[in-house]
Design a protein around this ligand. Structure first.
Ligand SMILES: [Zn+2]
Length: 607
């Protein structure tokens, strides 16, 4: 028997995600966000509804909500998207004057800008090939072996200097050397609230530095946007959270009953081990299902879709899998080849994989349906037929098919479909030598209704067909399924398998609380006197955040950061930027939200 373990196997970074895959993942995520909004607008428009205004469907919001009996929207008890009740934080102790200062005081803003720019100036770039800090090395030795971790130490120093009260009054723990956990211990045993962000940023490619308006690790402000690597992904969130806590400590009025935890990983843009270590630490300290709510980066600000303002916290994330398929065949001279070389056989497999696409599935558990229901109920631009189909999609197969059809047509397909993208291929070495190895990597984002095993079984089934045809063996995820033969064998490895995230429940008290508090932010603080309504609806991320490590801590995971609608923020690319006024919505929101959450009982966070 061929001992496959001793054979040289072409490595395609089987254990670590490649930087390209990380960037690609983010691009897909951002594109999906765009696709959803523009897709939704265009597919609704295709049904002959809505007016085209400069390429976008929009009308004054007042006109839309005139259609309903009250600005609170539909009151139908059977509504699939009832408006969450706006929360009035003045019922809870908080200082209106401070809120005003956060949002409107120029001195406060200037100081805040300095804090954020200072954070941007510490180049906490993370690379996929960095030595994991959990190595047994002491910090000094680690820095010698892996100097790229040094900025994280500087970053910690910077935070200590910039937020002295936080570091004086909160317990600060370094987990696995660089992850940070801050604990503001509450006076009761109410479930803690956990706010997350990450310290790391994606690297800046040296070749692109001269394309930046301001140097990426110096940053700059053009009077509207703040520029620099990490300024919007997501040092703004990290610094905003610390600013909020520093402010609360400075005022000395707020003494939390409910423990507040801040957790900042160090490699969200890479393997996410920092968040993994934070999760272990918190699970050990508090146990499973012990956290009231987790809020991390994710979707931000609000969007106007079909004339309706939507606030869209992501309540789900698609799963992930890279299928790495290697094929080993005997070598030989090219002048006497077999009919099919490893490359030819692999090509047949690839074409088989692509010929069978995953089916689109749209069930009630998919946040996309929740969002469509909200659009259907709250926008009067949706035609009667489409509205009916959307509202019946969870019951009626015919309607379901129609809605999927329109999602497919409008670029929203991968919100409801497992994707398969043949992304990397290797094989062959020389023109006169038969290729002994060929390999392919197929990237999958797994739909909410499917799983890693659904995907791997589909691919494995196709490998089996090809293996049978050519008399090859199969090793599947380290197990020998069919013994390697003299003709060779496939080695199928599941790289970075991640199930779709459990869906955060909506229509419960936590959702209403969070959504109601966001309505207050956008309706009363950001757009006062405009009488606009903001519909809070669920959303799905096609990419992943650090929350993938936090599933066991709570069911109430929200991927969302407050902000203002802005032009492209160029996350992960040249001229990453942040609409600076939006930064203060983070501080304002958490300033009152933390005080509200503190006063409420745990019945608001039942698991
Ligand atoms: Zn991020």
């Amino acid at each position: 028997m061929v001992d496959y373990k001793t054979l040289p196997v072409y490595k395609v970074n089987a254990t670590e995600p490649t930087r390209a895959s990380i960037i690609k993942r983010t691009i897909v995520f951002v594109l999906s966000v765009i696709a959803l909004f523009f897709g939704a607008a265009s597919f609704l428009n295709e049904w002959g509804v809505g007016k085209e205004v400069q390429g976008k469907v929009s009308v004054p919001v007042s006109e839309i909500f005139g259609a309903f009996t009250s600005p609170e929207g539909p009151k139908d008890p059977d509504s699939l998207c009832p408006l969450v009740e706006k929360l009035d934080p003045s019922k809870y102790s908080y200082n209106k004057h401070t809120l005003h200062k956060i949002l409107h005081d120029n001195k406060f803003k200037k100081e805040s800008r300095k804090k954020l720019l200072g954070a941007v100036r510490v180049p906490t770039e993370v690379y996929d090939d960095m030595l994991n800090p959990n190595s047994t090395h002491k910090v000094r030795e680690l820095f010698r072996l892996e100097p790229r971790w040094k900025p994280f130490s500087q970053f910690h120093k910077y935070l200590r200097k910039t937020f002295p009260l936080v570091h004086k009054h909160l317990k600060v723990e370094k987990i696995n050397k660089f992850a940070l956990v801050y604990t503001w211990k509450g006076t009761t045993d109410k479930k803690p609230i956990f706010l997350a962000a990450h310290q790391d940023v994606v690297p800046v490619q040296k070749e692109t530095i001269d394309q930046w308006t301001y140097p990426p690790f110096k940053g700059g402000y053009d009077g509207e946007y703040l520029y620099g690597r990490g300024v919007s992904d997501c040092k703004n969130l990290l610094i905003g959270l610390l600013e909020t806590i520093e402010l609360l400590l400075k005022e000395r009025e707020f003494k939390p009953e409910r423990t507040i935890i801040l957790g900042f990983g160090y490699d969200e843009e890479s393997a996410g081990t920092g968040a993994g270590e934070i999760a272990k630490h918190l699970l050990k300290r508090y146990g499973p299902d012990s956290i009231a709510q987790i809020i991390d980066e994710g979707n931000g600000a609000y969007e106007t879709v079909e004339g309706v303002n939507f606030v869209l916290p992501a309540t789900g994330e698609k799963g992930y899998l890279d299928s790495l398929i290697e094929l080993k065949t005997p070598g030989g001279h090219s002048s006497v080849p077999p009919d099919h070389t490893s490359i030819g056989i692999l090509a047949q497999l690839i074409s088989k994989i692509e010929d069978v696409q995953f089916e689109s599935i749209l069930t009630n558990s998919n946040p996309v349906l929740g969002q469509l229901q909200c659009i259907a109920e709250h926008s009067r631009y949706v035609s009667k037929d489409l509205k009916q189909d959307i509202l019946k999609a969870h019951l009626n197969p015919e309607s379901n098919k129609k809605v999927i059809g329109y999602l497919d047509k409008s670029g929203g397909k991968y919100l409801v479909t497992t994707s398969q993208a043949v992304d990397i291929i290797f094989g062959g070495a020389k023109s006169n030598a038969l290729p002994e190895f060929a390999s392919v990597l197929v990237d999958h984002r797994i739909a909410i209704e499917e799983s890693v095993s659904v995907v791997s079984e589909k691919v494995l089934g196709q490998i089996k067909e090809v293996a049978e045809k050519f008399g090859l063996g199969i090793i599947y995820d380290g197990q020998e399924l069919i013994a390697p033969t003299a003709k060779g064998y496939f080695n199928y490895t599941l790289v970075e398998p991640l199930e779709p995230a459990p869906i955060t429940p909506i229509n419960d008290a936590t959702w209403n609380l969070f959504g109601g508090a966001l309505r207050y932010l956008y309706e009363d603080l950001v757009n006062p006197g405009k009488n606009e309504t903001f519909v809070v609806a669920p959303y799905i991320s096609t990419g992943n955040t650090d929350t993938k490590s936090y599933w066991d801590l709570t069911r109430h995971i929200y991927r969302y950061e407050p902000g203002l609608p802005s032009k492209e923020s160029h996350i992960h690319s040249v001229d990453e930027r942040l609409l600076f006024d939006g930064h203060f919505t983070i501080i304002a929101f958490y300033y009152y939200y933390l005080q509200v959450v503190d006063k409420l009982g745990d019945e608001f966070f039942a698991s």
